[in-house]
Design a protein around this ligand. Structure first.
Ligand code: SF4
Ligand code: SF4
Length: 67
C-alpha cells in the first residue's frame, strides 16, 4: 500500500514499476494489487518511504486479504 500522507507524487515508482501497476491518483501513488508482482522495486526507490508492499490497503482489494 501507499501511505498517502507521505507520498509526494514524484512519479518515480510509476516509472520504475516493471508491470505498470502504479498510477498517480488524485496526487498520490496508487498500486493496483491485481497487477503488482511484489518485486519491491517501488518500495526500494521511494524517497519518502511511502510504500510498503507487505501491507495492503483495506479499501483497495477487500477480497484478497493477506493471511
Ligand atoms: S516514489 Fe514514493 S513519493 Fe514518489 S510517487 Fe511513488 S509513492 Fe509517491
Ligand atoms: S512491488 Fe509491485 S507496484 Fe512496486 S514496482 Fe514491483 S510490481 Fe510494481
Amino acid at each position: 500500500m501507499v501511505d498517502r500522507t507521505k507520498c509526494i507524487a514524484c512519479g518515480g515508482c510509476v516509472a520504475i514499476c516493471p508491470v505498470g501497476a502504479i498510477k498517480i491518483v488524485e496526487g498520490k501513488a496508487k498500486i493496483d494489487p491485481k497487477k503488482c508482482v511484489r518485486c519491491g522495486g517501488c518500495m526500494n526507490f521511494c524517497p519518502m518511504t511511502a510504500i510498503d508492499i507487505n501491507k495492503q490497503d483495506p479499501d483497495e482489494n477487500p477480497n484478497r486479504k493477506k493471511k
